[in-house]
Design a protein. Sequence first.
Length: 397
Amino acid sequence: MIRFEHVTKRYADGTTAVDDLSFEVAEGELVTLVGPSGCGKTTTMKMVNRLIEPTEGRILLGGEDISTVDPVELRRRIGYVIQQVGLFPHKTVLDNTATVPHLLGWQRKKARARAAELLDLVGLDPSVYGDRYPDQLSGGQRQRVGVARALAADPPVLLMDEPFGAVDPVVRERLQNEFLRLQSQVRKTVLFVTHDIEEAVRLGDRIAVYGEGRIEQFDPPAAVLGSPATPYVADFVGADRGLKRLSVTSIEAGDLEQPPVVHLDDTVGRAAARLAAEGARWAVVLDDAEHLHGWVSADALTGAGTAGGVRKGEATVRDHARHMDAWLPVGASLKQAFSTMLQHDAGWIAVLDGAGADHFLGVLTPARLHEALRRSTAAEAVGAARAEVEVETVADV
Ligand SMILES: Nc1ncnc2c1ncn2[C@@H]1O[C@H](COP(=O)(O)OP(=O)(O)OP(=O)(O)O)[C@@H](O)[C@H]1O
C-alpha cells in the first residue's frame, strides 16, 4: 500500500535526515516508526503526504508514484494526526470533525452526521461534546477529536506523528487501547511515529526501529524484542526486553498443563481415587456444563473421606471445592497471565477457550509460562510454529 524505494532526504544545510530508505507497509497494516529524537521519523512521514519532498528515490501509494499526484488531492486520501492536534479554536468539536468532508463538498447535514458518527467511534458522545469548543476539552479528549477528524473523509491511509505524546501515561494507555479497538474496526494503513518503544510494541503490527536516518530492524514486535538485529536495537529496546516480550506473546493451548479434572457432583471417593491415580495434589473442578468452578486439594478430599458419615448420603466434590477466579481466555498475553497470577496470589491460572463457550482448556503455571516464552523465541528464530518447537527447561525442583 505504501512503498518507499531508495528514498533519501537531504536538507538544504546538508543534513541527511533519511538515507536510502526502502520498505513497504501492507494494506490495513499498522507500522510504528520508533527511534531517538532526530533520527528521521517525522521526515519519513511527511514525505508520504508531500509536506516534504524526497531528494532521491520514490514513494508509491497503492502502486502510484506520489510525485505525480497533486498534493492537495493526495492529502485527501491521507488522514494526518499530530501531537499539537491543531483544532480550530473558534469551531465547535462537531464542526472541527466535519472540516474535511465539508472541504470535499459534502452537504452540511451529511458532513455533520458523519462527524457525529466518528465522535461516537472515538468514544466522545456527540450530544455531550459536539457543541463544545476545543478549549473546553481535556488533552486526551482533544486527541480523540484529532483522530476523529483524520478519519472523517474515510481515507485509506493514516499518518500519526506522536499523537498521544502530550497526555499523561494513564490517559495515553487508554487512548492506545481505544485506538487499537478502532483500528480493528476500520483497518486503515497506518504509519505511526513514536519515540516510545512501549507504545511501538503495543500498537505496531510491525516496528521500524530507526538509527541515524536508517531502519535498523523492521519486524513484528515479538521479533524485535526476541531477536534484536543489531546491538543498537538491543540497546534501544532495553535490558528488560524479556519482560516487554511477555506482552506480545499470547497463551496458546499447547502451552498448558493438564491437571486431573473432576466435577462438582463426583463423589469424594471417586475424585480422591482419581487424584491418587495421577499422583496429583489438586484437581480442577468443573460444573455440569464443563465450566470452571475452581479447584479441590487432595488433602481436603482425603480428610473428608475419614470424616465420612457426618452427612447423609455420600459427600461430593461440591462440599470441598474452592472457587477460582484466576482465569484468562486463550490468546491473552503472557503478561496478563503473570499479572493475573500475582493479583490472585495464585500458583497457576485456568485458561478457557474464550470463544463464548468458556470451556476449560488447561492451566498455566509459572514454569509453563517461562517455557512458552522460550519456545516462542526459539520458534521465531527458526520460523516455525511454537507448538513444533521443543526447548530444554530447568528441571522441576
Ligand atoms: N527543515 C530542516 N532543515 C534542516 N534539517 C532538518 C530540517 N528538518 C529536520 N531536520 C533534521 O533532520 C533530522 C531528522 O529530523 P526528524 O524531524 O525527521 O527527526 P525525528 O526522528 O522525527 O525526531 P523527533 O523524534 O525529535 O521528532 C534531524 O537531524 C533534524 O535536525
